[in-house]
Design a protein around this ligand. Sequence first.
Ligand code: SAM
Length: 439
Amino acid sequence: MARRKPLPAALEVTVEDLDADLCGMGEVQQGETTRQVRLRNALPGEQVVARMLKRRRGIWYGNAAVPEASAPQRREAACEVFPRCGGCALQHMSGEVQLSHKERQLAAFLEAEAVVPAAWRPAITGPQFGYRRKARLGVRMVGEQVFVGFRESFASRVVDMQSCPALDPRLSALIVPLRDMLVLLSVSRVVPQIEVAAGDLRVAVVIRHLQPLTADDEQILLAFAGRTGADVYTQSGGYETVQPLPGKEAHLLSYGLPEFGLDLEFSAVEFTQVNMHINRALVRHASSGLKGCRRVADLFCGLGNFSSVLARRGARVWGIEASEAAIARADANARRNGIQNRVTFAVGDLYGEEAAELPVPDDLDGLLLDPPRSGAGPHLASWLKPSIRKIAYVSCNPATFATDARVLQDAGFSLAEVGVFDMFPQTTHVETLGVFVRS
Ligand SMILES: C[S@@+](CC[C@H](N)C(=O)[O-])C[C@H]1O[C@@H](n2cnc3c(N)ncnc32)[C@H](O)[C@@H]1O
């Protein structure tokens, strides 16, 4: 088989535009062939030198060095491993520039679906760094060292990092102790990943290992837990195998929504919004979007993040979610916060055939949707009971938000207000809240 030529180590590229992932776009001439290239850390108008790292469907991808003459919107990256680290993609842009690109991207998706919002809510912003309360970190043994961190952009190697400014500082501070501890374990070569999670009061570390731990390993982990104050769990298989260290109890993490007198618990491996400052704003705006609604279904409800707030604001809520663990947690959270009489949670696959008919009353007046990236799914239109007046739709993918917005529009709802929430600064992820009202 003919071997593919290696990618060039350094190429000069004139950046013409940004693509949908906010990578700089350009072209290079290779003999007879014109190559499309996509570059991180590159802004339109710049002449950059880039290292090519990956090719896919004829396009070359790579990272650019900071050019001598930089575009006016460039700012200095906060982190020395940017842009090599795949954890952040946009540190070379200010927060305002990042948000204006995200808003433009959302507007373009809506325009393509002929959905015209009545109003744009100004982007809701929060801390630009230190916001990230959850992460799955890769682990890589290099010689006698262990690297713990995010994977490199356009590559699967784990970055050699000592800290991460995007992570909650309590989680960032665990990176070096984790490296120092992992190197001592007998299983250090078969630890593929570590999940770290922070609540308001505690932090947790879940260590996935592919071979059994020895008694010495357990002692090393106990000493690490003692030194760092983190709750340490081991995971030998699926999430059902997550367990505390011998002699230790499992502790739940928690986050407060003080404006609503709520405190919600979760385990380190359960879904929660990663940016608590923005989540607090998001639950406030989403529940205000459903103001006046008394009987609301919260679909893709997770552990009850929105349901609890809606119930606290006086609504009767029905929450549905695929994860049994999340529903059990939602029930426990409702009892813990004294709202169990205002909420009913049920496990259900909202993309499955049976979800065309939901176990909710016929006289709902509000709907809250917070689906995964794939959007609300095939049954969205069938959920729109005639009594529903308002819909708050929270989305982490502007493309599926727009196609679902079109379904809602075709069913007689108009997009009264839409806007971006800065849930994931420095990354290309876009979090959107749209409020739809029956026209
Ligand atoms: C973006 S999260 C939102 C969770 C929750 N609303 C919150 O704010 O914490 C999406 C949720 O959809 C759930 N989910 C994924 N696939 C699903 C399906 N097929 N049916 C129902 N829920 C699903 C996930 O378990 C997850 O809890």
